[in-house]
Write a new protein. Structure first.
Length: 746
């Protein structure tokens, strides 16, 4: 029978995967090997060439984006009604099965699906009902542990029988966890609700306990496909084993070298042991890379060769040799951000790449701050993918709001935000009384808090005084201590770092790292010799006030921007030019212990980062980084050492390479401008005064931090916001009353 699906452009291995449709198949798909095209054409081939009804096919993915892309491609190929085709995420497909059959496991078909917020709320309620300490039994960490147990197919009932976990709980001081888990499961059932993990766990239970239901879906789904199989967990694999048992037509596609989600419960063991689980399975390796140059492919092969737990494969490409990988070395993390930004600016100025061709990849979210700052300084537009801009994170806003209160106790909104951050028992009911009293007595919110011992009973007064005792000493010291001294004391007395560290979940540790990075930024500001004013007020004024505006503008207008993201967010994406930054031991790889599995997952993560690159690859590291207010020495990542050789450019890029370029930019001012600049500097430095002329659009100004610039716009309430284009730092928004400006008279 002649093919109705065009496979002429596929290579021989790809054609084999598409046309050999029966039986159990493991397709190991290397990066850039055309995996999606092969998978969609295999499904289309089944429908058109072999007459399989779409309703007899189940195709499972890990994201709505991936499933929508597959649906679109298959639809274009078969040009038939694909509504009967069950293609989607594990959760979406299994939730439909549960809606039709959940009465058999004690649920009604109108069950509610709890999201992460609902889960934390319920867990918190149970912890309170059990009168447990939330600093020990953190709702976030308890919810995370429940999720991990469910991904391992361990129910609340099973958990009580598992000594290994009960002993872990004793060592961790959470001996009541099993009771919380039991109560959580009971309440979900009573409230006819399932969380996302239950959609999988309950499907497993449904099939295990109801053979007739399982048989009906075995008959329905004669052909099963799983994309990104390396990301499956134990319960997902368990369901698939049951569903495919009758027809034995299962095709799993994945790459063990890209298994990077162990923290979510995924286990690389599923793909590594697949051949042992199914002795009769056919193994096909898609090893030709269509994405990257030879140099990048060679580097990726070197990286993964150091892992012991892997499936053997040899990725190759017929693409051109391409550029050698370039190393970037900087003395500090700040210098790294400056230098990487300079390299990017030169690539853009030389028209080698468009902004959308370039990505900066980092291991942890907090690394974005320095790059956001430096890119903005150089007027390079960027967007954060899969996360928030640094200053948009809730915990950062909390700390900055505390700064606002310290500098201005009239700022009621900042007080409202910080009064119970981090949590100190001051709830909405208490604050309603505070607002009411402030309005009745016509006094400021801060004054009510200070007089709380007079205005309220003992219990409420003690709670409110906790807040006052955090803020008031800092108000008294704000003019005598520098920004870092105030900020570090605030984070200690308010308990930010202790709070997030003790919660200990992945999410909370990210918040902890973000606050540490904020403190690092303040320490860098204080240690900068060019900053004469090291006060908290000066630091707040020096923040990139326009970063949120720039980010919003980029998203709205879809302008050409470079991308910033963690490596985890980069999975499945590709860029012509990739910068991987922070490549030092302890940063990337993150080394918490000498656990081989953890190190191998970090190496797979590095492999994913490198294989995003199509043409150019830059690997950046620094010899020191600020952490907890100290500039600590760091060591070049072992991953760089593992790949050094002929594919790496022998000339490392350093800041010295760009000194001539910076000198040229600085020398572009006229002698008259430099003369005026020197006069202004002398006035400020010797007399310590600020001369202000008419602040109007077009006026040439000098700023004590950013240097020379020109006013391009004035807006805000009472015209208090000034938009300035600085010669060196690009456009910034300044608050007129807080900015030390010199306006040159014309």
């Amino acid at each position: 029978m002649s093919s109705n699906v065009d496979i002429s452009r596929l290579n021989n291995t790809q054609k084999k995967v598409v046309t050999d449709t029966n039986g159990i198949s493991l397709v190991i798909a290397g990066p850039g090997s055309g995996k999606t095209e092969v998978l969609t054409k295999r499904i289309a081939y089944l429908i058109l060439n072999e007459g399989v009804s779409p309703e007899n096919i189940l195709a499972l993915t890990f994201s709505n984006k991936a499933s929508n892309e597959m649906k679109k491609r298959i639809s274009e190929l078969v040009k038939l009604d694909l509504k009967p085709l069950c293609i989607g995420t594990f959760h979406s497909c299994f939730s439909k099965i549960l809606r039709n059959n959940c009465d058999k496991i004690g649920y009604k078909n109108n069950f509610t699906i709890y999201d992460a917020t609902d889960v934390r709320s319920l867990v918190k309620s149970i912890i309170n009902d059990f009168n447990l300490d939330q600093t020990v039994y953190s709702p976030n960490s308890i919810a995370e542990r429940i999720s991990i147990m469910k991904s391992k197919l361990i129910t609340a009932e099973d958990y009580k029988k598992e000594d290994i976990y009960l002993n872990e709980d004793k060592r961790s001081g959470i001996i009541k966890f099993s009771d919380i888990y039991s109560e959580y499961s009971k309440r979900c059932k009573n409230e006819n609700a399932m969380d996302f993990d239950d959609l999988l766990l309950n499907t497993y239970e449904l099939f295990s306990k109801n053979k007739d239901v399982l048989a009906s879906y075995q008959d329905k789904f004669k052909y099963i496909f799983i994309d990104e199989f390396q990301d499956t967990n134990i319960v997902q694999y368990g369901i698939i084993k049951m569903l495919m048992k009758k027809n034995k037509n299962l095709c799993v596609v994945g790459d063990d070298s890209q298994s990077i989600y162990a923290f979510r419960g995924a286990t690389v063991a599923n793909i590594l042991s697949f051949k042992n689980d199914f002795k009769e399975c056919k193994v096909t390796k898609l090893e030709q890379n269509y994405r990257s140059t030879k140099n990048i492919v060679d580097i990726s092969n070197k990286i993964i060769s150091h892992n012991k737990e892997k499936l053997e494969k040899s990725i190759w490409t017929s693409n051109e040799e391409g550029n050698k990988c370039k190393l970037i070395y900087s003395r500090t993390g700040l210098d790294e951000a400056k230098l990487v930004s300079l390299v990017i600016k030169k690539l853009l100025d030389d028209k080698k790449y468009k902004p959308s061709d370039i990505v900066i990849l980092y291991r942890i979210n907090s690394q974005s701050r320095l790059f956001e700052t430096e890119l903005t300084n150089k007027s390079i537009k960027y967007k954060i993918i899969g996360g928030l801009s640094f200053y948009q994170h809730e915990e950062i806003k909390d700390v900055l709001s505390f700064f606002r209160v310290i500098l201005n106790t009239d700022d009621a909104e900042a007080i409202k935000r910080t009064i119970n951050r981090p949590r100190r028992g001051i709830g909405d009911t208490t604050m309603t009384q505070v607002y009411k009293l402030a309005k009745e007595k016509n006094i400021k919110l801060w004054e009510v808090l200070k007089m709380s011992r007079i205005l309220f009973g003992i219990r409420i007064a003690e709670l409110l005084q906790k807040y006052v005792t955090i803020v008031e000493p800092l108000i008294n010291e704000v003019n005598s201590k520098n920004a870092y001294e105030i900020a570090s004391k605030l984070c200690e007395s308010a308990g930010f770092l202790k709070y997030y560290k003790e919660l200990g979940t992945e999410e909370d540790m990210t918040k902890y790292e973000n606050i540490q990075e904020l403190l690092n930024s303040i320490k860098i500001f204080v240690d900068d010799k060019d900053n004469k004013d090291k006060s908290l007020s000066a630091y707040v004024n020096s923040l990139q006030l326009d970063s949120d505006e720039l980010l919003l503008k980029n998203e709205k207008e879809n302008d050409e921007t470079i991308s910033l993201m963690t490596v985890h967010s980069a999975k499945g994406l590709e860029y012509k030019c990739v910068f991987i930054v922070g490549l030092e031991d302890g940063m990337f790889p993150i080394i918490r212990n000498d656990n081989l599995k953890d190190l191998e997952e970090e190496r797979r993560l590095f492999y994913v980062a490198v294989t995003r690159a199509k043409e150019s690859l830059y690997l950046s590291y620094a010899s020191s980084r600020y952490y907890m207010g100290k500039n600590n020495e760091s060591k070049k990542s072992r991953f760089i050492t593992e790949i050094e050789g002929k594919n790496i450019d022998p000339t490392t890029i350093t800041m010295d390479k760009f000194k001539n370029l910076e000198s040229k930019n600085k020398g572009e001012h006229s002698s008259y401008s430099m003369f005026k600049y020197s006069i202004v500097s002398r006035k400020i430095n010797e007399k310590n005064t600020v001369v202000q002329g008419d602040i109007k659009k077009g006026a040439e100004i000098y700023h004590t931090v950013y240097g020379r610039g020109r006013i391009i716009n004035i807006n805000g309430s009472s015209d208090n916001l000034i938009r300035v284009c600085f010669n060196k730092y690009g456009e910034k928004t300044l608050v007129k009353e807080q900015s030390k400006l010199v306006v040159f008279s014309e």
